[in-house]
Design a binder for this molecule. Structure first.
Ligand code: PEP
Ligand code: MN
Length: 341
């Protein structure tokens, strides 16, 4: 249930509604907009349903939300959520490209990649320090040393960084370094991790799980918002299907669908969806056309020798070519690109 307060409702009126809900065994989640406050009720108990809230002073409307996710739904918040990281705004009509290697490998690799992707128009630098690998014998990432290299690349380039956390035990250190904390596809339903991230006040990039429905993805986001952290970007990165020419199947319809169902920004990850470098460009453009707020693309100075995901990684020139096309057509899809500083 959501209680929409009138424009200009007083603090006392808002507090009175909150007190009554709490006294009847519920809890609340407040969303204070520029003009009006919306009170989300957690724990829709019968005792609350019986309260004549419509008649309370300052209440404009009481809306029953039938969907299993509430705070991430468009019904709860009509306007798009904007995520601000310094000068970068995600979800404000911009198409933000997050680019960088799958894994942080060395100082030279990170610094050269940061410079290259920035000059092509990327606004966020990516790189994994803690890597979820299918095989325990594969490179597992540099861990905290990788985070330090990301920090160096951020200082030199001015680009904010997005990096993955795999385990609750690493959350503190990852949150200390990251501008955006990434939850990977394999952890999309790690509810304990999602709950802990919900207690932070830091942007999160939540990837769709390999076998998760759109509703399950929004429920995962709901876990984070419920803790009070509303800064979530959803990432469509492909799902597992019977098709095996591609690594995953990009569910392009999920992009406009999630944007209709939710107020959260959505980006596309063509690299992990395709698993193949030569599909990254068409899938990026498809994501843009479908209304995505950005893309996450893997770029490496020497993809042939990358320690992780080389076959889907682009070299600097290939990335530059895609960015040229994205910039050329973004306007046709009502998206703006930030100019290089
Ligand atoms: C990644 O971004 O490097 C990654 C592991 O992605 P995903 O969780 O989508 O597989
Ligand atoms: Mn990868």
């Amino acid at each position: 249930m959501m209680i929409v307060m009138r424009e200009g409702a007083t603090e006392e009126q808002i507090q009175h509604v909150i007190d009554r809900i709490k006294r009847n065994g519920g809890d609340v989640h407040l969303s204070k907009g520029e003009f009006r406050t919306i009170i989300g009720v957690i724990g829709d108990k019968e005792a609350i349903a019986e309260l004549p809230l419509e008649g309370f002073e300052g209440v404009e409307n009481v809306i029953k939300i039938l969907k299993p996710y509430k705070f991430v739904s468009r019904e709860f918040r009509h306007e798009d959520t904007l995520i601000k990281i310094g000068d970068v705004v995600i979800g404000e009509g911009y198409f933000n490209v997050m680019a960088g290697p799958c894994s942080v490998e060395s100082e030279g690799q990170m610094l050269s990649t940061a410079r290259a992707v920035k000059s092509s128009g990327a606004t966020v630098l990516r790189g994994g320090a803690f890597k979820p690998r299918t095989s325990p014998y594969s490179f597992q990432g540099l861990g905290v040393d990788g985070l330090k290299l990301l920090d160096e690349a951020r200082k030199e380039s001015g680009l904010p960084i997005v990096t993955e956390v795999m385990d609750v035990r690493d959350l503190e250190v990852v949150a200390e370094f990251a501008d955006i904390i990434q939850v990977g596809a394999r952890n999309a339903q790690n509810f304990l991790l999602l709950k802990e991230i919900g207690l932070l006040r830091k942007p999160v990039l939540l990837k769709r799980g390999l076998g998760n429905t759109v509703e399950e993805t929004l429920m995962a986001a709901e876990y984070i918002v419920k803790g009070g952290n509303t800064q979530i970007i959803i990432c469509e990165r492909g799902i597992r299907t019977f098709e095996n020419y591609t690594r995953n199947t990009l569910d392009i319809s999920a992009i406009p669908l999630i944007k209709q169902l939710s107020h959260l920004p959505v980006i596309v990850d063509p690299s992990h969806a395709a698993g193949k470098r030569n599909l990254v460009e068409p899938l990026t453009l498809a994501g843009l056309a479908a209304g995505a707020d950005g893309a996450m693309i893997e770029v490496h100075p020497d993809p042939e020798n990358a320690l992780c995901d080389g076959p889907q990684s682009l070299n600097f020139k290939q990335f530059e070519n895609i960015m040229q096309k994205v910039k050329a057509v973004a306007g046709a899809f009502s998206k703006k690109m930030r100019l290089a500083v």
